[in-house]
Design a protein around this ligand. Structure first.
Ligand code: FAD
Length: 124
């Protein structure tokens, strides 16, 4: 089996509830982008010689969760919450969905954040 994954920059909607439950809907604009991705993926596979009758589209999956404590919304640009010295440093602080693999951005943010913590909180 050969698979292609179409990733989109989805709309900034969704909720995390205090009991840990997550609600994330697919908006009309998300659906349009996904449909476009499916169309392009099908075209690539058919041009590569795949029998169109053998194509299958899987259900939608959330691949890179993040943005639940977005910068300039829940944390500031120093990744600090409204509670002094309480910081967030992971994919939660992305201000918007990247629509691309996030690990390099998470590493870059973490390096920036750890330098700040080391210089401001772990002196001497
Ligand atoms: C199958 C798969 C393949 C992927 N491939 C890629 C790829 O090729 N390239 C790419 O860039 N990204 C990829 N990703 C996405 C990437 O791995 C994630 O986006 C990234 O790890 C998110 O980092 P994070 O630090 O925000 O969260 P996480 O890595 O999920 O870290 C959260 C941490 O918090 C801990 N935790 C959770 N709840 C609690 C709690 N209550 N108390 C204490 N600790 C808690 C968890 O145990 C975990 O260690 C992939 C993801 C998956 C699932």
């Amino acid at each position: 089996m050969l698979g292609l994954m179409a990733k989109i920059t989805d709309d900034n909607v969704g909720e995390v509830h205090v009991n840990g439950a997550i609600h994330k809907s697919v908006t009309e604009s998300d659906r349009e982008k996904l449909d476009k991705g499916i169309e392009i993926s099908r075209e690539i596979l058919v041009q590569a010689g795949v029998d169109p009758k053998s194509l299958y589209t899987s259900r939608i999956r959330g691949g890179h969760p993040g943005g639940t404590a977005g910068m300039d919304r829940v944390v500031n640009f120093d990744q600090e919450t409204e509670i002094s010295s309480l910081f967030v440093s992971d994919a939660s602080v992305f201000p918007v969905s990247l629509g691309a693999p996030p690990v390099l951005t998470i590493i870059a943010l973490s390096k920036r954040f750890s330098k700040k913590v080391a210089s401001e909180y772990l002196k001497g």
